[in-house]
Design a binder for this molecule. Structure first.
Ligand code: CU
Length: 66
């Protein structure tokens, strides 16, 4: 298993966490997404994760990396 860690902007509430979880769940290899609303940290676990793809999806959803 692989884990990719991000710190992103604009996470304000549980709705934001859901947006991130649902958006990233569509990507290949993503198994689990944990979002810390207070810190804006996102931990993504899965197989063969493509960090570039994850970064782009986070930006597209409105939560660019810090
Ligand atoms: Cu929100």
């Amino acid at each position: 298993m692989q884990i990719e860690h991000f710190k992103v902007q604009n996470v304000k509430c549980g709705g934001c966490a859901s947006n991130i979880q649902n958006g990233l769940a569509e990507l290949n290899g993503v198994d689990k997404v944990e979002v810390n609303i207070e810190s804006g940290e996102v931990d993504i676990s899965g197989e063969k994760l493509d960090r570039q793809q994850l970064t782009e999806m986070l930006s597209r959803l409105g939560y660019p990396e810090v």
